[in-house]
Design a protein around this ligand. Structure first.
Ligand code: SAH
Length: 469
């Protein structure tokens, strides 16, 4: 039996909202919501849908009758094709408005929370060039523009160094200029690409698993340190050395020049040996006089300036006096733990990644902090009664889980623990709301503050203070 054609066309719809996953929202005449990838609230558009689900459509605006006054000109020439920075076409104050709204909606609709007066979202001073880490992929299968395809002509060079096209694992968009990381990031990327082409170095082919150059990572720190890491698919001493020597000579400002030779199918470097070619195998980030050592595998918040704001809010919410035992759950490299240590009696950090805990201990030592302790383990397993008996009942728990939120067992343990205060830092207010709904039986939300770490995207961080009822 032929399937019903589920594509629909709707005329003259007003775009009314923006939210989850960065999509704009309109309402179809049948009352269903339509998620649009290319519109801004206030636009009046004709819509072509391409997917129908039970409760909503997915579609695209194909004719724009009125353009919203919330629009602004995207800075980037790759806007609309690149998967990053999807909200560049919306003025920053409107981005903030919709982020705030998303958090409030999630906390009230999913969390059923009686919200206290919510502090206005804290915007990022830098709206571009705010990231300290970028990762690019080499490919010999460059994504072609519609014009190139339409021309029917031989497009010549198919090499690319850039980002994956959303949803296409083997197609890379060649990036001319990215607005996310400050110079010399773009200059270095372009110089590497030009040098590699001139010297006939093969770019990777994901489908066939062939080629030489695989990925490029560039990390910068607020005190001007710079890490460049190149991942090769196989060893070729002559070519590898010539590229690394070129970088060393051409960019003497590189603090840490490293490489990986990874012949696995996937390109994550976490299980690979990272080799330092020149300089140190790490850079330092600084915050309020504390130094954090960052190696190629370390996690560090990618917007350093806003991380500082986020941590200050977290510390304020914890309102420490110096007498408290604090738990810092999902501590990563122990940044929050060290940041608050001066104001607490003791901070106990827990984290699943052993390397991160090693770095946390080392950083604490370098920073001459003596009242932090760090433990490795899966939170759902480690954080039990024996752990609490050993470390003492906390006065404050800070928790900063990944996007999935906290494991049910961890939430259950928090309920049994009955710490007077919990500060919940979240990068996903939907899972935060889900966890708050469970905590609600014993805890009241007394403060909530959203922080924008990622301008031009829909992502938003939210910090909540909970007090025992
Ligand atoms: N608070 C830190 C890191 C937050 S990111 C900072 O601000 O830098 C969340 C952290 O949770 C990551 O470091 C991740 O490795 C860790 N994590 C994820 N799942 C975990 C689990 N099940 N148990 C313990 N830690 C986990």
């Amino acid at each position: 039996m032929a399937r019903k054609n589920r594509k629909r066309f709707f005329e003259q719809l007003e775009v009314i909202d923006a939210g989850a996953k960065g999509k704009a929202i309109a309402k179809a005449p049948d009352g269903k919501v339509i998620f649009l990838s290319n519109a801004v609230p206030g636009d009046i558009v004709d819509v072509q849908t391409f997917k129908k689900r039970k409760a909503y459509y997915e579609g695209k605006a194909v004719t724009f009758h009125t353009l919203s006054n919330k629009r602004t000109e995207p800075q980037c020439e790759h806007f609309g094709v690149c998967g990053g920075c999807k909200w560049q076409h919306m003025g920053y104050e409107h981005q903030l408005y919709y982020k705030q709204k998303e958090v409030t909606n999630n906390l009230t609709r999913i969390g059923h929370i009686d919200l206290p007066e919510v502090a206005p979202i804290l915007g990022s001073e830098k709206q571009y060039y705010y990231r300290n880490k970028m990762e690019y992929s080499f490919s010999d299968n460059r994504w072609l523009t519609q014009e190139e395809v339409a021309s029917g002509q031989d497009v010549g060079d198919r090499n690319a160094l850039g980002f994956h096209i959303p949803g296409m694992w083997d197609k890379i968009l060649d990036i001319k200029k990215c607005y996310l990381q400050a110079e010399p990031s773009n200059t270095i990327r372009l110089a590497i690409k030009a040098f590699a082409i001139k010297n006939e170095m093969e770019f990777f082919n994901t489908r066939n698993q062939t080629g030489f150059l695989r990925t490029l990572m560039i990390r910068t720190s607020s005190n001007g340190e710079l890490m460049v890491l190149i991942q090769f698919f196989r060893e070729d001493v002559f070519k590898r050395t010539s590229l690394l020597e070129f970088l060393k000579t051409e960019f003497p400002e590189i603090t840490s020049l490293q490489y990986v030779i990874n012949s696995k199918a996937n390109d994550t470097i976490y299980d690979q040996e990272v080799i330092c070619y020149h300089g140190r195998d790490h850079i330092f980030e600084e915050m309020e006089g504390l130094a954090f050592k960052i190696n190629a595998k370390s996690f560090y918040q990618t917007n350093s300036e806003q991380a500082y704001e986020l941590y200050k809010i977290t510390r304020d919410f914890a309102s420490l006096t110096g007498q408290e035992t604090v738990y810092d759950l999902y501590t990563g490299t122990g940044t929050i733990a060290q940041f608050i240590a001066k104001k607490a009696k003791k901070v106990v950090g827990v984290e699943a990644v052993p390397d991160a805990i090693e770095a946390a201990k080392e950083n604490a030592k370098q920073n001459q902090i003596i009242n932090t302790e760090f433990y490795v383990g899966d939170m759902a397993k480690v954080f039990d009664e024996a752990f609490i008996a050993k470390h003492g009942k906390p006065d404050v728990v800070i928790t900063d889980p990944p996007r999935d939120g906290m494991h049910k067992k961890v939430v259950g343990q928090l309920l049994d623990l009955e710490a007077p205060k919990i500060v919940y830092v979240s990068c996903n207010s939907a899972t935060q709301a889900r966890d708050l709904a469970i905590l609600d039986q014993k805890y009241k939300v007394v403060k909530s503050q959203a922080v924008d770490m990622f301008p031009q995207t829909h992502h938003v961080e939210n910090v909540v203070l909970l007090e025992l009822r």
